[in-house]
Design a protein around this ligand. Structure first.
Ligand code: DON
Length: 427
């Protein structure tokens, strides 16, 4: 069956292989002399399985695709308030290398433009440039699930051509945004942009974000869910620079592009995409990369705002195990809407049972909102003169002493208690 997906991806690449629109970045010789026809696509599913199409072995520099990852690392290291004090989250609608700050706060508009990315580097704690860079390097490698390397030639070239970035860094210093020596911070920024990746790496890095911060190969948490949520938010609004609106409408995935020709795109909870083609449009985004993402989104239905299934599916099966004892088997991910639906169903049906048993052993994931709602279920039922039990062998509800819920490890135990309750000997 997997070939079917493979064929889909190969077809999408084939549909765009002949497009030669756009131009290579030429501000440094290393980028100007790459093979303009290089083309690769990788798609990493949440379980770590990676599909590849075109040439996924081509190494290119990560460039601005680095920005969300350094921002995430800064959030991890010093917390949201400290980061927010120095970098905004408003789309600038301007080019990536604009020399500007927010009029009112005098801080960079967002972390996806160079000003914000340079500020993010300065927020990574470290006494020296090497200390800062090593953390960044380790973090990217952890997200990719392998040790990444730096392209020394790109690094040297970027260092001597970075006048505009130097202007940005000194401007930030003058506004008190940069802690530390601007040249040292720029050195780290340039080194982070010069890290080499393949589309497989980008797909895996994107998948780590898609998985809420857990890398799939080692199954290691590298960032908290809150940090990832914030990072993806700025990728949605600012990741594709002045093309952000068009990107969100047409592709609908948090993403980041780089002048090396790479794009990483994230479908939260589902997958990560890495695509490479080095000819760029006037905004610095890979032309074929954008086209491929558009096609993937349209053909595979990946837009993050497409409204798919209703939460009706939370209740997998309902049956009466014995007179007056109704079992509700729940499954899938239980969030607010799913829990709400369970409670409302119990409300509607409570005239038909004496005891309701919620069977949670097939629940994949549950959030705190749903936990609180289900833990309160017994209390609401008792107001109607009914009893409610829960079967929760994996302790997904994390019932504490304070919760009123009555929890059993197996359905049989819950059924025995339910029957005893009906027979009036519940103890
Ligand atoms: O800051 C720079 O100029 C580059 N090294 C990286 C910029 C970049 O990738 C912009 N993205 N499209």
């Amino acid at each position: 069956m997997a070939e079917l997906v493979q064929r889909y991806l190969d077809q999408i690449l084939a549909d765009h292989v002949s497009s030669t629109d756009g131009a290579l970045a030429d501000y440094i010789p290393e980028l100007a002399r790459v093979d303009p026809d290089g083309f690769g696509l990788s798609l990493s599913l949440a379980d770590g399985y990676v599909y590849e199409s075109g040439d996924p072995t081509i190494e290119f520099t990560i460039q601005s695709v680095s920005k969300p990852f350094t921002y995430a690392l800064a959030l991890e290291r010093i917390g949201r308030d400290a980061v927010d004090a120095k970098i905004g989250v408003e789309p600038s609608g301007e080019a990536f290398n604009v020399i500007s700050v927010d009029e009112a706060t005098k801080t960079p508009m967002n972390p996806m433009i160079n000003a914000g990315a340079i500020a993010a580097v300065s927020l990574i704690p470290g006494a020296t440039a090497d200390e800062r860079f090593n953390q960044i390097h380790e973090f990217y490698s952890a997200c990719a699930g392998r040790q990444l390397a730096v392209d020394d030639d790109v690094y040297s070239s970027e260092k001597v051509t970075g006048s505009r970035n130097r202007a940005i860094a000194y401007m930030l210093q003058s506004f008190g945004v940069l802690d530390g020596d601007p040249d040292e911070i720029l050195d780290v920024y340039v080194r982070q942009c010069s890290i080499k990746v393949t589309t497989t790496d980008l797909a895996r890095m994107a998948a780590t974000l898609a998985r809420g911060g857990v890398e799939a190969v080692e199954e290691r948490r590298v960032a908290s869910a809150e940090v990832v949520q914030r990072t993806l938010s700025v990728m949605v609004t600012c990741g594709m620079y002045d093309a952000a609106g068009d990107w969100v409408s047409a592709v609908g995935m948090p993403a980041k592009s780089g002048v090396g020709g790479g794009i990483a795109a994230v479908l939260p909870g589902q997958l990560g995409i890495g695509v490479y083609s080095p000819r760029l449009d006037s905004k610095g985004n890979s032309v074929r990369g954008v086209e491929v993402c558009r096609a993937l989104s349209a053909n595979l239905g990946l837009h993050f705002l497409s409204v798919t299934r209703e939460s009706r599916s939370t209740i997998r099966h309902t049956y009466d195990a014995s007179p007056g004892v109704r079992v509700y088997e729940l499954h899938g991910d239980l969030l607010f809407t799913g829990a709400e639906q369970v409670l409302r169903t119990l409300d509607q049906e409570c005239g038909e049972f004496d005891v309701a048993i919620l069977e949670l052993s097939r629940i994949d994931d549950i959030d705190d909102a749903a936990r609180r709602m289900l833990a309160g279920m017994r209390q609401s039922l008792s107001a109607a003169g009914k009893e409610g039990f829960v079967v929760d062998p994996d302790d997904v509800l994390r019932v504490t002493q304070q919760t009123y819920a009555r929890v059993f490890g197996t359905l049989d135990e819950a059924l025995n208690a339910a029957r005893a309750h009906r027979a009036g000997s519940d103890g």
